[in-house]
Design a protein around this ligand. Structure first.
Ligand code: GDP
Ligand code: MG
Length: 258
């Protein structure tokens, strides 16, 4: 599936889609994705087959292991060849903190610089529709580490003034002999970005689940705080209407009292 159809997907099928999940009753998401630059873009969470769908975008330089990490997560397989042009989406059902979830993951291709030069409609659309972003670098490639900040800026270009669920991933943790970026540097960058950090190994399937799960947890936390804020503001509106009526009645009573 192309990135654009991922962003607009409502009725999608894919080889990695668990058969238990029916796609036919998905809710329309297009309306939820057409917000402006300065408003939160996701307004309506999507469900498919009764499961909450979490739209996740995997970003990072070519060769850092985005596809390998995604495929390990989705199908417990290690991809030992590299095709920098593959951009595809995958679905994976998981139970996270006792609650079922359907992760709809877009594994992107292309360098951050391409995006600055040509911020295509497709890229803009998936940046708008992603609910959580995984920014990957390779611990064996310092340049990919330096580029992570550029991916963060790219997200901000489309999602300014928004609290974005984000995770920083330093992949190829198993290649200790070739390490060029220390764990401390990764931690410091994550602190700067204000997000969780994992060093993963797609080859050994280490911390791969943790990285994806942390995004779902952040999305849920964001949703909970938004809902409680909405409830509070609805309650305050009702309260102020009653207070207004009460004050008016009191004034009226004082005015007409003998
Ligand atoms: P992408 O361009 O970011 O999607 O990178 P790929 O997933 O295609 O991976 C690039 C190359 O790195 C492939 O040859 C993978 O087999 C290899 N690779 C990916 N992740 C790991 C890892 O965790 N450890 C090791 N040793 N190799 C990896
Ligand atoms: Mg790839």
């Amino acid at each position: 599936m192309s990135a654009l159809s991922w962003a607009l997907s409502t009725h999608t099928e894919h080889a990695c889609q668990p058969s238990a999940v029916r796609m036919s009753d998905s809710q329309d998401r297009i309306a939820a994705c057409n917000g402006g630059d300065d408003v939160p873009v996701i307004t309506q969470p999507t469900t498919r087959g009764g499961l909450r769908v979490y739209k996740i975008v995997v970003l990072g330089d070519g060769g850092v292991g985005k596809s390998a990490v995604t495929l390990q997560f989705v199908s417990h397989r290690f991809l030992n060849y590299h095709d920098p042009t593959i951009e595809d989406s995958y679905q994976k059902q998981a139970v996270i903190d006792g609650e079922a979830a359907l992760l709809d993951i877009l594994d992107t291709a292309g360098q951050v610089r391409d995006s600055y030069v040509e911020f295509t409609a497709m890229r803009e659309q998936y940046m708008r529709c992603g609910e959580g972003f995984m920014i990957c670098y390779s611990v064996t490639d310092r340049h990919s580490f330096q580029e992570t900040m550029e991916y963060r800026k790219l997200i901000s270009r489309v999602r300014a003034n928004e609290d974005i669920p984000l995770v920083l991933v330093g992949n190829k943790y198993d290649l200790q002999q070739q390490r060029k970026v220390t764990t401390e540097e990764g931690k410091a960058l994550a602190e700067e970005l204000g997000c969780p950090f994992y060093e993963t190994s797609a080859a050994l399937r280490q911390f791969v689940d943790d990285a994806f799960f942390s995004l779902v947890r952040q999305i849920r936390a964001k949703e909970r705080s938004r809902n409680s804020h909405r409830k509070r503001s609805r309650w305050w509106r009702i309260r102020s209407i009653f207070a207004f009526i009460f004050r008016r009645k009191q004034r009226h009573a004082l005015h007409y009292s003998p």
